[in-house]
Design a protein around this ligand. Structure first.
Ligand code: HEC
Length: 142
C-alpha cells in the first residue's frame, strides 16, 4: 500500500517536472520567434581615445537599446550605424544631430520611427559622431 502511494507520488512529481520543462521550452521558443535583437553586422572595435571614447559611453547610455552593441544594429529595434548607408557622403554629421533632436521617420529599415532622444546635448552628439565615425573607418565603411 505505502509502496504504491510512493510510486504514485513519484510519478506525479515527474509528470510535473516534465510539463514544467515543456512549458519552459515553449516559452523559450516563443522568445526566439519575435525578432531576436541580434546584431545585424559584425563590428571590430579599435582602440578608442578622446572624444570617440567619451562618445562610446554616451552611445551606451542613449543609443545602444536600438542601434545595438558597437552600433552593430539590433534586429527588431534599429539599424547598424556601421553601415554604408551612414557613411559621411550619405549621412553627413548633421543627420546625427537632426536624428537626435527631431527623431527619424522610418525610410531605410523596417524598424519604425526613431523618436527624438531627450537630454542629449549637441556636444554629446559630437562625441557620439566621433565614436561612430571611428568605428566606420575601422571597419572599412569609408
Ligand atoms: C527607440 C529606438 C532608437 C533609439 C533610442 C535611437 N535610435 Fe537612431 N534610429 C532608430 C531607427 C529605427 C532608425 C532608422 C530609421 C529608418 O531609416 O528606417 C534610426 C536612424 C538613425 C540615424 C539615421 C538618420 C537618417 O537621417 O536616416 C541616425 C544618425 C541615428 N539613428 C542616430 C542615433 C543616435 C546618435 C542615437 C542615440 C543618441 C539614436 N539614434 C537612438 C531608432 C533609434
Amino acid at each position: 500500500m505505502r509502496r504504491k502511494q510512493l510510486i504514485g507520488t513519484l510519478a506525479g512529481v515527474s509528470l510535473l517536472l516534465l510539463s514544467g520543462a515543456a512549458i519552459l521550452k515553449i516559452s523559450d521558443r516563443s522568445g526566439k520567434s519575435d525578432a531576436g535583437g541580434e546584431a545585424l553586422v559584425a563590428v571590430n572595435v579599435p582602440q578608442l581615445t578622446g572624444a570617440a571614447l567619451q562618445g562610446q559611453d554616451l552611445f551606451q547610455k542613449n543609443c545602444v537599446a536600438c542601434h545595438g552593441e558597437n552600433a552593430s544594429g539590433r534586429n527588431g529595434s534599429g539599424p547598424p550605424l556601421v553601415h554604408k548607408i551612414y557613411e559621411p557622403g550619405h549621412h553627413a554629421d548633421g543627420s546625427f544631430f537632426q536624428a537626435v533632436a527631431r527623431g527619424v521617420r522610418a525610410h531605410h529599415w523596417p524598424f519604425g520611427n526613431m523618436p527624438p532622444v531627450e537630454n542629449v546635448t549637441g556636444r554629446e552628439v559630437e562625441k557620439i559622431v566621433a565614436y561612430v565615425r571611428t568605428l566606420q573607418r575601422a571597419n572599412g565603411i569609408y
